[in-house]
Design a protein around this ligand. Structure first.
Ligand code: NDP
Ligand code: PYR
Ligand code: MG
Length: 773
């Protein structure tokens, strides 16, 4: 591990409250009455109900959404037996992943016990607390007895993730890799290196998917596991080969089609890979160091199909792609176990997802590449939000089909919606976006250096999100920084008014005057304008001296917006531009527009806002279901001869005529938009019937802005925005009272916007180039 990574990891774990998880109450607890219900005397009632009927624990306690991640620390990652307590960071890490990817609460439990029988007794003793048990990092062969016994004796799902999670994910990847290689699992010759927990379970699953036992060779630390070896454990004996002509991994690799490593780092050589058959598949899955590094593997031969457990290379086979969703599906139907049928369903769902078009939000989160099914993209990315719905639903359905569900789901559409809504989306979005921005940071101009802007710029620089350029008086900025103890290292300060910027002011003015000469702008006026930070900053972005701009620290945003229209311009496909807020609430993610730009949009402007928002929502991997809001419903205000209702109605009519694919209706009140049952009962003709609205288009800026701010002030949600839509370049605006957190989030959005813009420009240039040639 690099020194930097080590230091970063230690700092990450110790900063703030040590560790990675905490417990948060889910019920009101502010009054004496609340407390009397939460605890004694009120709490006695659910206790007595559960005493009568144990199933009611699912109604009255957190059991149904609570998983135990349990380990004795005997096989932690590939680090070996480091002990129960030393494994706690991994178990807390799993708790975090369960929560952020599938909304599942976890207690991590580290048990100081290596004797499998005693370990089993301890787990059985604490099992009533949980809806499911994820066994983790327990070494073979003890893990087999532990899992088998607990599965047989407990009535909740128990899964040793290193065995079955790994088996499911690697099977999905392997089926796809075999398809890419143009081979069949029924014929491939496979070497599995490692004969521990993960290797044995993976191989069993491959056999159930069609691998022939006679085509399999398994190796452990002593070499090829042969039938004639003395003292084999039961698990190893099951996989032992009849062959007597091979002894070492090197022997086994000759002519093999597939290598799966679940053993130890750096034990596979280039020569061994070269000795494999055509189009060989190597899954080097040991963590944190794979059996062969990506670089070594790639240097070995050109036709290799390769995967590792690492996130920094293509094809990451990691059980995080599976366990959150496998447990989500199992918990939601109260499955008594996780059986073969459910595992197969998960394999198929994950394998199939890799064949589907990848939403932009995923492409962007991984460096704006365009993933398409093939050698470099065999398996969905861990940050793909579709995993939650695809895998959980597949597992839940399989549990019902195989008769192990105690609470079957009947309304699958509602379940789908619930899954999507369950995950407050913005953290995930910001996380994905922050990772992308970090991998390709852009030069962001902060045009108005008020204190919060400065703090956000410092944070963006420290987190490697952006290369900030602060416009303003350097002495003043440094004074503020000193007073606030802000570290300005890496932040460029440019003073548009300084003599050093004379040349740039002149050049920018010349371009500005040339483009706006017919709007009455003279060169002299333009030169004066360039003393202003917003003029200067926008020209920097326009000519490519910077990649994005954030403004709005102190000047009136209405003026800045006009300026952006003039200098940066609106994209040719629109007449207007706008802005939206993404609001993450307990009821799901909502997109609100226009929250910044158009004060009193007429019908034509509303149509543009709808088009812009439609495309932006899709970019964020959501299918827009749009409601055009008003104070009335579908013509209920018959007196309305003029005003907002009529323009909304007109816009709806235009959209229905010109964009029949859009899922949109109105005018309607916000409660009618959000309450599907009310809407569909009272207005059964509505064109978004049965669908959950996620996009709200407001009739005017007052209503949009007030709603957004009110929800945020009331703590109903977290927001990203205002995200500008429709300008030629990434120029974004905040409010003068925006918090550091708001400006930081917007900076991330601006960098992503710049990355997308860069991609688009590259594609445009390529097309031009292709045309010329
Ligand atoms: N990418 C992923 O998602 C996952 C990766 N893994 C990785 O798989 C590896 C094994 O984990 P797990 O099964 O839980 O651990 P176990 O301790 O149960 O098994 C380890 C196995 O590796 C074998 N081994 C050790 N050294 C060698 C060697 N030089 N050549 C061949 N085999 C060797 C051991 O052999 P012996 O039996 O002779 O001792 C043992 O069979 C770890 O590196 C882990 O990080 C695990 C789960 C998920
Ligand atoms: C990923 C995992 O579970 C392991 O390496 O043990
Ligand atoms: Mg593990």
């Amino acid at each position: 591990m690099g020194k930097d990574l080590k230091e970063m990891a230690l700092q990450y774990h110790s900063m703030g409250k040590p560790g990675k998880i905490e417990i948060v109450p889910t019920k009101p607890h502010s009054t004496q009455t609340d407390l009397g219900l939460a605890y004694t005397p009120g709490v006695a009632s659910p206790c007595l109900e559960i005493e009568k009927d144990q199933n009611l624990a699912y109604e009255y306690t957190g059991k149904g959404n609570l998983v135990a991640v349990i380990s004795n620390g005997t096989a932690v990652l590939g680090l070996g037996d480091i002990g129960a307590l030393a494994g706690k960071p991994v178990m807390e890490g799993k708790a975090l992943l369960f929560k952020i990817y599938a909304g599942i609460d976890v207690f991590d439990i580290e048990i100081n016990e290596k004797d499998p029988k005693k370990f089993i007794e301890i787990v059985k003793g604490i099992a009533p607390t949980f809806g499911g048990i994820n066994l983790e990092d327990i070494k073979a062969p003890e893990c087999f007895e532990i899992e088998d016994t607990l599965k047989a004796e407990l009535d909740i799902p128990v899964m040793h993730d290193d065995q079955h999670g790994t088996a499911i994910i690697s099977s999905a990847g392997l089926l796809n890799a075999i398809e890419v290689a143009g081979k069949s699992i029924r014929n491939v010759k496979m070497v599995v290196n490692g004969a521990g927990a993960a290797a044995c379970a993976c191989t069993r699953l491959y056999l159930s998917l069609g691998l022939k036992k006679e085509n399999l060779v398994m190796c452990d630390s002593k070499g090829v596991i042969r039938k004639d070896r003395k003292g084999l454990t039961e698990a190893k004996a099951f996989f032992a080969t009849e062959r007597t002509d091979i002894e070492t991994l090197e022997d086994a690799m000759k002519g093999a089609d597939v290598f799966v490593g679940l053993s130890k780092g750096n034990i596979l050589t280039r020569e061994m890979v070269r000795s494999m058959a055509d189009q060989p598949i190597v899954f080097a899955l040991a963590n944190p160091t794979p059996e062969i590094s990506y670089e070594e593997a790639m240097a070995s031969r050109g036709d290799l199909i390769f995967a590792t457990g690492r996130s920094d290379y293509p094809n990451q086979v990691n059980n995080v792609i599976g366990f959150p969703y496998i447990f989500r599906g199992a918990l939601d139907v109260r499955a008594t176990t996780i059986n073969e049928h459910m595992k197969h369903a998960a394999v198929r769902a994950i394998a199939a997802l890799a064949h589907k078009p990848v939403p932009d939000v995923v492409n962007i989160a991984y460096n704006s590449q365009r993933f398409t099914f093939g050698k470099e993209y065999l398996i969905p990315k861990p940050l793909d939000p579709r995993l939650l719905t695809e895998v959980s639903i597949a597992v839940a359905k399989a549990a019902i089909e195989s008769g192990v569900a105690r609470k079957p789901i009947t309304d699958w559409d509602a379940y789908y919606d619930r899954l999507r809504d369950m995950m407050g989306y913005d953290n995930k979005l910001i996380r994905q976006f922050s990772d992308t921005a970090r991998s390709n940071p852009k030069r962001v101009v902060f045009a108005e250096s008020n204190l919060n802007m400065l703090k956000a710029a410092v944070q963006a620089q420290a987190e490697g999100i952006a290369h900030p350029i602060m416009l303003g008086n350097p002495e003043r900025i440094q004074m503020i920084a000193q007073r606030e103890q802000l570290d300005l290292t890496g932040i460029k300060i440019v003073n548009p008014r300084s003599p050093e910027e004379f040349e740039r002011r002149r050049n920018y003015a010349a371009i500005y005057a040339e483009e706006n000469g017919r709007n009455g702008v003279t060169f002299e006026e333009a030169r004066d304008d360039m003393f202003e930070p917003n003029h200067f900053g926008m020209m920097m972005v326009k000519v490519g001296d910077a990649d994005a701009l954030i403004s709005g620290g102190y000047s009136k945003y209405s003026e800045t917006i006009e300026l952006a229209k003039e200098i940066i311009g609106i994209r040719p496909e629109y007449k207007h531009f706008g802005a939206m807020h993404i609001l993450s609430t307990k009821k799901g993610t909502f997109f609100l527009a226009d929250t910044l730009v158009n004060r009193d949009p007429d019908a034509e402007t509303l149509v543009d806002i709808v088009k812009l928002t439609h495309d932006a929502v899709r970019f964020f991997a959501h299918e827009p279901v749009m409601a055009m809001l008003s104070y009335a419903n579908f013509g209920s205000d018959k007196e309305a001869a003029r005003g907002t209702v009529n323009k909304v109605r007109e816009a709806v009519k235009t959209i229905h005529e010109q964009y029949p694919d859009y899922v949109l209706d109105g005018e309607m009140q916000v409660n009618v938009a959000l309450d599907k049952d009310l809407r569909d009962t009272k207005y059964p003709f509505n064109k978004i019937k049965g669908q959950t609205v996620n996009t709200l288009i407001f009739p005017c800026l007052s209503s949009a802005n007030t709603t957004c701010k009110m929800l945020l002030e009331m703590g109903v949600g977290e927001s990203i925005g205002p995200v500008q839509m429709g300008l030629n370049k990434p120029v974004h605006f905040t409010d003068s009272d925006a918090s550091v957190h708001d400006i930081f989030n917007l900076t991330v959005a601006a960098v992503i916007d710049a990355i997308v813009q860069e991609k688009k420009d590259e594609e445009k240039n390529k097309k031009k180039f292709d045309k010329i040639w």
